[in-house]
Design a protein around this ligand. Structure first.
Ligand SMILES: NC(=O)c1ccc[n+]([C@@H]2O[C@H](COP(=O)([O-])OP(=O)(O)OC[C@H]3O[C@@H](n4cnc5c(N)ncnc54)[C@H](O)[C@@H]3O)[C@@H](O)[C@H]2O)c1
Length: 369
């Protein structure tokens, strides 16, 4: 098991102690997901929201209405200088995570950045370096490690029910779900399509479940066949911007790890399948697991058993965000370990990058440093 595998002690959500200390926090990128970050911070007394930044005036108006905070700015440099926050949440498109996070670290802020950490490993390294130089925390919003199924699996793994993990299959598949808002179809602003946007969630939870082994090689391919054409089929999000669509519709990849284990990922915005699937299947030498159904497969007393939990904690998005923001607050105030530091984001980014590089290289295997 890798050094940074998760012990069962990590299952207790690290509580902040409502000590009266305040973390003055600003939000860079006041779009859709900032709403959930703000709701999570409102549940944690140590967070005081002190500023907002967005290039769109209407989102700044929305931010002020939601938080009551009038210190809003179109440029993060102005906000960092005038508000001087202790921490920032970066919730911009992927291509802006790096410059906003580096600027915030250089201004002496702890940073929580939305997933994926950035568009490339080189950008991730700049973020890690800036935070280290500033002596501040860098956390990545990888929330699927806070989900009930992930926690159930890690407990079973640590109890010895799984044995050696050999193979993990991740699926992040939409039948027809090409985003028709934001810039999700623009490669230069996002770094890619469903692999970097959706696959990242399942890959990070899978990698965490595996005990964070070191990736060494990747193969993969990507295909674009619908997103770059006008929408002519009834679906939940019609009329996406096909004219600016430069990302993949479907990505398939394999990642090989130093310990010989293999992770396969399938990610799509548009796949001809029965239904959307967000799943991780894990095969170990003693047991296996299906994440979507929280099913544990073991052999006991001469019988193949399938076990499902009789109770799981409430598994809502707001709870995952609250848990990750509590972990961030606890790290800032008490020096407790981050469950998803920049290094975890980097490991996932190297896998994503390896699959994209292989795809650009005719599907040949590429090394991951
Ligand atoms: N963890 C999750 O479950 C989750 C879910 C959705 C999105 N995300 C991530 O959050 C990020 C934002 O996604 P979204 O759906 O909220 O997108 P969005 O388009 O709704 O919001 C992004 C906001 O950033 C603003 N912005 C763009 N450039 C900026 C700049 N230079 N300075 C300041 N603001 C800028 C935009 O105007 C917009 O309001 C993405 O990286 C996405 O991957 C995470």
């Amino acid at each position: 098991m890798a050094d940074n595998s998760v012990g069962t002690q990590s299952f207790a959500t690290q509580e902040t102690s409502n000590s009266g200390k305040k973390i003055r926090t600003a939000v860079i990128g006041c779009g859709m997901i900032s709403n959930v970050y703000i709701d999570a911070m409102k549940r944690i007394p140590e967070f005081e929201i002190v500023g907002g930044c967005d290039i769109r005036k209407e989102r700044l108006d929305w931010f002020t209405k939601k938080t009551g905070v009038t210190a809003v700015f179109e440029k993060w440099d102005d906000m960092l200088r005038e508000v001087q926050p202790d921490a920032v949440v970066v919730a911009t498109p992927n291509g802006v995570h790096m410059p906003a996070s580096v600027a915030a670290a250089n201004a002496g802020c702890h940073v929580m950045t939305a997933k994926p950490m950035a568009m490339t490993p080189a950008e991730c390294q700049l973020m890690i370096d800036a935070s280290k130089k500033a002596g501040k925390l860098l956390a990545v919003g990888l929330q699927f490690r806070y989900r009930a199924a992930t926690e159930m699996f890690v407990r079973a793994r640590d109890a010895g029910d799984i044995g050696d993990i050999m193979y993990v299959k991740c699926q992040a598949l939409r039948r027809r779900g090409i985003p028709n808002w934001g810039v999700f179809g623009q490669k230069e602003l996002q770094g890619g399509g469903p692999l970097i946007d959706l696959g990242v969630h399942l890959m990070e939870a899978a990698h965490y479940c595996m005990g964070s082994p070191k990736p060494v090689a990747a193969v993969g391919n990507v295909w674009t066949y619908l997103g770059d054409k006008p929408c002519d089929t009834q679906c939940q999000w019609p009329n996406w911007d096909y004219k600016t669509y430069t990302v993949e519709d479907l990505a398939i990849g394999h990642v090989r790890f130093e310990n010989g284990a293999i992770l396969q990922v399938e990610a799509s915005y548009a796949a001809h399948i029965e239904r959307n699937r967000y799943d991780i299947q894990i095969m170990g030498s003693k047991g296996g697991f299906d994440w979507e159904t929280s099913s544990l497969f073991t052999d006991r007393a001469g019988t193949m058993l399938t076990s499902t939990p009789a109770f799981t904690p409430e598994d809502q998005m707001i709870n995952w965000f609250t848990a990750k923001m509590k972990n961030f607050a606890s790290g800032i105030l008490y020096g407790t370990p981050l469950r998803a530091p920049g290094e975890a984001g980097m490991a996932i980014q190297k896998m994503l990058d390896g699959i994209y590089r292989s795809a650009a290289n005719g599907g040949r295997e590429v090394a991951i440093d």
